[in-house]
Design a binder for this molecule. Structure first.
Ligand SMILES: *[C@@H]1O[C@H](CO)[C@@H](O)[C@H](O)[C@H]1NC(C)=O
Ligand SMILES: *[C@@H]1O[C@H](CO)[C@@H](O)[C@H](O)[C@H]1NC(C)=O
Ligand SMILES: *[C@@H]1O[C@H](CO)[C@@H](O)[C@H](O)[C@H]1NC(C)=O
Length: 502
């Protein structure tokens, strides 16, 4: 079961979502080969089911393609007499009204077994300036191409012009700065520089990319404060895993189309701007592992579409969870507030989050008891409240406990106990630090007078194993679906079908 869980990890889910959204702007067509996006150029924008006998690749573009292929170690291409007719996976062409083919898309790198674009020779690949001789280019995709010969992202890419919609340089070991010139690519929908070694600040010129829908600069070494950017079409923004610092710009709250914002694993400080609470279409907000300070925004209720809120690992230093902080978040299924130094009690209102599946409140200084309203969290499959100062009865029925199994963590609190009015629970002995509550109703007590009752006030994980306690219910747990897993189920087929059209 652990491997199953590991496989469908959160990271995986994020990647899928990212890729899905990456490809979403490219509408699948029934065409055999093209990634077609209507624009105002003179290209014939209709499904291409075959080749007109007379159509030929534009000679200048053909020479450019040979050069580009050669620069990536794919010299074999020069033996192909007409690159658009003898095309390979990774080149897309469209004819114009004069039956001349133009190159609209070039892709490199073994993205998956099914998507075998030409691979690059890692030791000596480079981006050829011959790209500038492809005036109809809409999409450029390089995946793991320059890993053996680290090089900067060339500034000349900024001259690719207004036809370019998608620039993807993923995991290429690119070094140096993000060229400010990329801001000149004003038609860009997708800018993906994920997983390189880019070290610079985020250039303010990105502000010019008014049509940008996806911005992924994650997993680099970008530093400095992020400039205020006004990108009204943005749906996905991932700046995670960099060294960015300073406050989260308030302009981020003005991107009305935003679906995903991931700023995790940076060094952002200050408090969470209230403006973020206005993002009505936001589905995922991950600000985890930064240096954000409290207090939490009083109400995140404006985030009506939010399904996942992840704030773990920010030193909110003794902030309380506001009473109605999450009121109105009807779609929320994942709430992760671990290791934030939160104190005070857990608000009753969390029990009103009817869609909640994953709730982590561990590693804080929360005290008092677990609210009775938690009984209403019927969809909960994973609950962590370990490493707090909670006490009193666990307001969760036997079936729920059993269902959660290993995904229920209660250890290291001031004195949590299991209330037998929910029915006897055989697994209780194996849950470190938890026993039956002493204060039972007389009826319940007399009915089970044979059970040993002791109120264990434990502050350590003294289950005898030094490990999180677990219940044995693997059979049922196997059937459980995390919210993430469901999402994966939902989008995986879509993703596969979209990949075909990449
Ligand atoms: C492209 O952008 C850079 C910096 O943002 C600017 O200096 C340059 O003039 C621009 N080039 C063109 C051709 O627009
Ligand atoms: C919980 O902690 C808060 C803040 O430290 C304190 O004011 C309050 O009295 C505590 N409540 C209980 C029930 O211990
Ligand atoms: C128990 O939890 C507190 C946080 O509430 C933590 O500081 C402490 O190290 C934990 N103790 C053990 C034994 O894990």
């Amino acid at each position: 079961m652990d491997t199953l869980e590991a496989r469908v990890s959160y990271e995986f889910f994020k990647q899928l979502l990212l890729l899905l959204l990456l490809m979403a702007p490219l509408p699948p067509s029934s065409s055999e080969f093209t990634v077609v996006m209507p624009d105002s150029s003179a290209l014939v924008d209709a499904p291409q089911t075959g080749f007109s006998d007379s159509a030929r690749t534009d000679p200048a573009e053909q020479r450019a393609v040979y050069e580009i292929m050669e620069a990536t170690g794919n010299g074999w291409a020069t033996s192909i007499p007409d690159v658009c007719r003898g095309r390979w996976h990774g080149i897309e062409c469209m004819p114009d009204t004069n039956d001349v083919y133009h190159v609209v898309s070039l892709s490199f790198g073994a993205l998956s077994d099914d998507t075998a674009f030409p691979t690059c020779d890692p030791a000596r690949s480079s981006l050829s300036p011959a790209l500038l001789a492809l005036p109809h280019l809409r999409s450029l995709f390089f995946y793991r191409c320059f890993t053996g010969s680290p090089q900067p992202v060339p500034a000349f890419l900024g001259r690719l012009g207004p036809t370019l919609r998608s620039l993807v340089l993923r995991e290429n070991a690119n070094t140096g700065p993000i060229p400010a010139e990329l801001g000149n690519l004003t038609s860009l929908r997708v800018l993906d520089l994920h997983g390189n070694h880019l070290s610079s600040s985020v250039p303010p010129s990105l502000q010019l990319l008014r049509n940008l829908q996806l911005l992924d600069l994650s997993h680099n070494q970008l530093y400095g404060p992020v400039p205020e950017l006004n990108l009204p079409s943005l749906t996905v923004m991932d700046l995670s895993r960099n060294l960015l610092h300073g406050r989260i710009p308030t302009s981020f709250g003005r991107w009305d189309s935003l679906v995903k914002m991931d700023l995790s694993r940076n060094r952002f400080s200050g408090s969470i701007p209230d403006s973020l609470c206005d993002l009505q279409n936001l589905v995922l907000l991950d600000l985890s592992h930064n240096r954000l300070a409290g207090p939490l925004p009083r109400s995140l209720g404006g985030l009506r579409s939010l399904t996942a809120l992840i704030l773990t690992g920010n030193p909110m230093s003794s902030a309380m969870i506001p009473k109605d902080a999450f009121a109105g978040l009807a779609a929320l299924n994942t709430l992760i507030l671990s290791n934030m130094g939160l104190q005070g009690s857990i608000p009753e209102s969390i029990g009103e989050l009817g869609s909640l599946r994953v709730l982590h409140l561990d590693g804080n200084k929360l005290n008092g008891s677990i609210p009775k309203s938690f009984q209403k969290l019927q969809k909960l499959t994973e609950l962590r409240v370990n490493d707090n100062q909670l006490m009193g009865p666990i307001p969760i029925g036997r079936e729920m406990l059993w269902k959660m199994g290993k995904k229920l963590r209660l250890y290291n609190n001031s004195g949590l106990c299991y209330d037998m009015s929910y029915g006897r629970y055989e697994g209780i002995e194996s849950m470190s630090g938890i026993s039956y509550c002493e204060t039972e109703s007389k009826d319940a007590a007399s009915a089970r007078s044979h059970t040993t009752k002791h109120y264990l006030s434990s502050t350590s994980r003294d289950g005898g194993h030094g490990r999180p306690s677990s219940l044995s219910s693997s059979g049922a747990a196997r059937k459980l679906h995390l919210a993430q897993e469901e999402l994966v189920d939902l989008i995986a087929p879509l993703l596969v079908s979209l990949l075909v059209f990449l």
